[in-house]
Ligand binder design. Sequence first.
Ligand SMILES: [Fe+2]
Ligand SMILES: [Fe+2]
Length: 325
Amino acid sequence: MTIAPVQRSTSLGSSAWTDARLILALEEVVEKELDRHLKVAKEWMPHEFVPWSRGRDFPGVLGGEAWEPGDSKVTPLGRVALVVNLLTEDNLPSYHHEIATMFGREGAWGTWVHRWTAEEGRHGIAIRDYLLTTRAVDPDELERARMSHMSEGFASDNAHSMLQSVAYVAFQELATRISHRNTGHYAGCPLADQLLAKIANDENLHMVFYRNLLKAALEIAPDQAMRAIADVVTDFRMPGHGIPGFERAAAQIALGGVYNLRIHLDDVLQPVLRHLKVMEVDGLGPEGLRAQEELGVFLDGLDAQATKFDERQAARLARVAARKQ
Ligand SMILES: [Fe+2]
Ligand SMILES: [Fe+2]
């Protein structure tokens, strides 16, 4: 005979928290966070960030001019990062599918899923319009990359767990924010910088939503939430990892200082973990304590790796500077 697990008011036995029960238990928090989000999210117009007057026809139907690398002053690093960011945004139909499947399309969860999708839709529209109007990248290559990337789709690494899904998006939204913001800094175009700052602001609000949800999950199911955080942090992949040529682009993006190990640790993982006081959560059972310890060991290791990256990067920059003298 199976005996049902004993339920405590603050920390239920992990087997008691199914995904369906967690979704139900967090519905009230989603409602509150959605309300807060709608109050702080300001409407903005993607078309206002696109210099339409600089646009020119392309060859084909309109018999316009072919794209040339010299058409735009956007830096080589800016081009690579903008394309990665755009292709990442382009896979929105797959992301929508994943979160709608996990969180549902009903009630407050459903309202959030649709609102979030609408906000994300603006990002791809704005970046594509900007890139094509300013002729910053080869439009044929961009279209082929989009077709190839979207044809692969995106399957969440965390589809088996509601808490892992929430933990992943909390870190991923901040990763996306930092990536857009730093791309803007290095793009060599003040308008791109402004546009990406605007998008980064949206991503930040998305991060706050999921981070607050994760905080509530840590309160109601601390052991399971701690395990989910540890699993997500130790196995994190950027959402655009399936982009054709991603490894090469990611290496350029890392060297250029848009997104690398140090940035991932200091500007993405640590701010969320610190806010949630993950390393100080007490009242954990053996399962939660084990996850917390694993997380601590992993973060120390990542810091050591990031320091090595920093040193190699400093040496590389010194060599480049010496060559220029
Ligand atoms: Fe986005
Ligand atoms: Fe976002």
